[in-house]
Ligand binder design. Structure first.
Ligand code: T3D
Length: 264
């Protein structure tokens, strides 16, 4: 029998479609799924045919975070070193998504819990199905939000809402998540993949280098003064201004035609 892949991948017209694929466990992360996802992200980063990524989940959930059946301590034994899991699996994954030089769209098709919620939020643009829920499930099992949760949540929705979500583990519905600015938008369930795919396809024909510089500037902004950041924008604009896509963008504007960006 063919082995089931923990992550499905398909390149369609410049967009790499990735699907977390452990639906019987609501796509909870085990080591195989971590390694497969990271492999796909590395390959995408180095492949000039990939100009946008779309991450979603197979089945009814996006991702339920860590697979807790790999953490069964009911028969005793020493506590696992969860710091090590973060160091070797979750943190590299979040760093990889944030540093990837191409837009990463997340289509949250159902529940996103624990690290699953925060990995979704680490993506550049998050679209969620109206029935999706975001759950900072960690406090239910005595843990702290990880995968960047305690960094991202207060920045996106403010400390008051971030603390309440984390401490109560109350599910947040997709429409409220959009109203609060936690995600880009919530759409009817049946429209999710169309909306997310056309968003990704649009970006896959965009000025890839300029988009990558934009992503980096936005992410770096939280950690520096306006003065320092103005210098960073100057440097990024200098690089963007040297791309073929800038040349093409201006030419297309002057010729009154759509731009044909090549990502170079
Ligand atoms: O450990 C480390 O390395 C540190 C890193 C931690 C990162 C984390 O993510 S910690 C947080 C881990 N995740 C959770 O605590 C969430 C656990 N899951 C849930 O609370 C619920 O399943 C959901 C709210 C996500 C969905 O609820 P519901 O009612 O829609 O579905 P369900 O019936 O609970 O789940 C369906 C099946 O998926 C079920 O299996 P079964 O009974 O049909 O055989 C359930 O056990 C399984 N499942 C769901 N989440 C997980 C899981 N199995 C393993 N691990 C899971 N996280």
């Amino acid at each position: 029998m063919a082995e089931t892949k923990p992550v499905l991948a398909e390149l369609k017209d410049g967009t790499l479609h990735l699907s977390l694929n452990r639906p019987e466990r609501l796509n909870a992360f085990n080591e195989d799924m971590h390694l497969a996802l990271r492999e796909h992200l590395s390959e995408a980063d180095g492949n000039s045919n990939v100009r946008a990524l779309l991450l979603t989940g197979s089945g009814r959930a996006f991702c339920a975070g860590q697979d807790l059946s790999d953490r069964d301590m009911r028969s005793g034994g020493p506590a696992p070193d969860l710091g090590n899991t973060l160091e070797t699996l979750y943190n590299p994954l979040v760093r990889q998504i944030r540093s990837l030089g191409k837009p990463v769209i997340c289509a949250v098709n159902g529940v996103a819990a624990g690290a699953g919620a925060n990995i979704a939020l680490a993506c550049d643009i998050v679209v969620a199905a109206r029935s999706a829920r975001f759950i900072q499930a960690f406090s239910k099992i005595g843990l702290v939000p990880d995968s960047g949760g305690t960094w991202l949540l207060p920045r996106l929705i403010g400390e008051a809402r971030a603390k309440a979500l984390a401490m109560t583990a109350e599910p947040l519905d997709a429409e409220t998540a959009a109203d609060w600015g936690l995600i880009w938008k919530s759409v009817p369930d049946e429209d999710l993949l169309n909306v997310a795919s056309s968003l990704a396809n649009g970006l896959s024909t965009g000025p890839t280098k300029g988009l990558a510089l934009t992503k980096q500037l936005m992410q770096d902004a939280a950690n520096q003064s306006l003065d320092t950041h103005l210098d960073a924008e100057r440097d990024a604009q200098r690089l963007a201004g040297r791309t073929t896509d800038y040349r093409e963008g201006v030419a297309a504007f002057l010729d009154k035609r759509p731009a044909r960006f090549t990502g170079s």
